[in-house]
Design a protein around this ligand. Structure first.
Ligand code: AMP
Ligand code: GLY
Length: 428
């Protein structure tokens, strides 16, 4: 098959790496790839929100299957556009706009969960004219207060603060001052839940589904979960506190009701559902849904899948998902994100990256996120630069290998968290 993969981060490098091992793959096109993907496929310089030019590219290169990595094109309706086009005949991995709303609108997601009795934090939602009501609603909760912009805000739209003054300020900046390009014109105010977070993933055609390996992501920039929220500074898989009992509950109370709920509401869904869960006592609650795979969770999840990913995608888009045999590797994986000074705020780009050749002796993978190649040099091109995935027979070994990789790569101002996976190890 000729495949086009949209997106250029660590998640997409991991997907490209896995697709490149498929016997079904004829050619892989990456829009636009990064400094780590030149050996895996052809780079295509496409704007992911310019659907007509993506359609032209698909036509010109006989693309048969498109994999949509990030959420923005899904929420903007790329799957609807490509599937409805009369000029091309292409399979798309990624839900249509109606399904992508589970991530595109936090209010939609909360209402959907309420309709299907899916456990989540108690909430209220408010619009531009309802600032005073939103402030009054804060009083129905104990601090810390949780305020979320309704729309997409690149992972930055959630404010959690113990201070009422700060909470009001967040409400004002979202509802009245148009923060996050208007994504906060509506907000969700919700109860703070205390517990351990875990990411679970299902791949579904809207009827049947497979559960993919679960992962734990480390969202804060600093050790001990300190500092600003980021896209994710590391991840591990498997997660020891995800016991069989908890997984059963998550399946019966959350995952199955979500997929059935979509079908009941006639919302077609072909792609991934990412369940951001929190374990409160021994019970799972949904913190958020995403309509795509996680980054950096994918960098630990995909290396743990032994079966052919393109075969999975082909079956997924052909109504044959239940016939696919998903084989998971028992070995563990850990990834440490090597970030650039300043992240998650703005960072200097174009810093030269030096990778010691001994990395090839370590059991793991160097996945690129914000890198690009220029005149045979590897340069930084973003805040999260590399995701260094270590493998091992157990999580301890995998973590050791991801840090061994991190120590062998340098650029000016490079930093990483030193405690990825420690809590999971202590828990085991
Ligand atoms: P979200 O973008 O909704 O995943 O929120 C980002 C992060 O904020 C989550 O991964 C949690 O760590 C935290 N968070 C969000 N909502 C809550 C909540 N209701 N209670 C506790 N923590 C939360
Ligand atoms: N790592 C969290 C996310 O991809 O949203």
């Amino acid at each position: 098959m000729n495949v086009l993969l949209l997106g250029s981060g660590g998640r997409e490098h991991a997907i490209a790496w896995k697709l490149s091992q498929s016997s079904l793959l004829r050619s892989l096109h990456l829009a636009s790839g990064n400094g780590g993907t030149s050996d895996l496929g052809v780079s295509a310089n496409l704007d992911l929100l310019d659907f007509p030019s993506i359609e032209r590219y698909i036509r010109k290169h006989d693309i048969e299957l498109v994999v949509v990595g990030p959420e923005a094109p899904l929420v903007a309706g790329i799957s609807d556009y490509l599937e409805e086009s009369t000029k091309i005949n292409v399979k798309v991995v990624g839900p249509r706009k109606a399904g992508a709303m589970i991530e595109g609108s936090k209010e939609f997601a909360k209402k959907f969960m309420a309709r299907h009795n899916i456990p989540t934090a108690r909430y209220g939602s408010f619009g531009e004219e309802e600032f005073d009501d939103a402030v009054a609603f804060l009083d129905s909760f104990n601090p810390p207060y949780v305020i979320k912009a309704d729309g997409l805000a690149a992972g930055k739209g959630v404010v959690i603060t113990p201070s009422k003054t700060e909470a009001k300020k967040a409400l004002r900046s979202m509802l009245i001052e148009g923060a996050f390009d208007g994504a906060g014109k509506r907000v969700v105010v919700e109860e703070f839940l205390e517990g351990k977070e875990v990411s679970m993933f299902a791949v579904t055609d809207g009827h049947s589904f497979h559960l993919l390996p679960s992962a734990k992501d480390y969202k804060r920039v600093g050790d001990g979960n300190s500092g600003a929220n980021t896209g994710g500074m590391g991840a591990v898989s498997p997660v020891s506190f995800l016991t069989e009992e908890f997984q059963e509950k998550a399946l019966n109370q959350i995952i199955i009701p979500t997929i059935k709920g979509l079908a009941k509401e006639s919302i077609p869904y072909v792609g991934f559902v990412f369940f951001g869960l929190i374990k409160v006592g021994s019970d799972p609650f949904v913190i958020e849904y995403n309509c795509r795979l996680g980054d950096p969770e994918t960098e630990v999840m995909l290396p743990r899948i032994k079966s052919d990913l393109l075969h999975l995608f082909d079956n997924l888009c052909s109504g044959l998902l239940s016939e696919y045999d998903l084989v998971v590797d028992d070995r563990a994986a850990s990834t440490v994100v090597l970030a650039s000074e300043g992240y998650p705020d703005s960072c200097q780009k174009e810093l030269e990256i030096r990778i010691d050749e001994t990395v090839s002796q370590i059991d793991g993978h160097v996945f690129h996120s914000g890198t690009r190649e220029s005149r045979r040099k590897l340069l930084t091109n973003g805040g999260r630069v590399l995701a260094l995935t270590g493998r091992g027979n157990n999580l301890k070994e995998a973590i050791k290998n991801s840090y061994a990789l991190a120590e062998r790569i340098q650029f000016q101002g490079a930093f990483y968290r030193t405690d990825i996976g420690q809590d999971v190890l202590e828990d085991a």
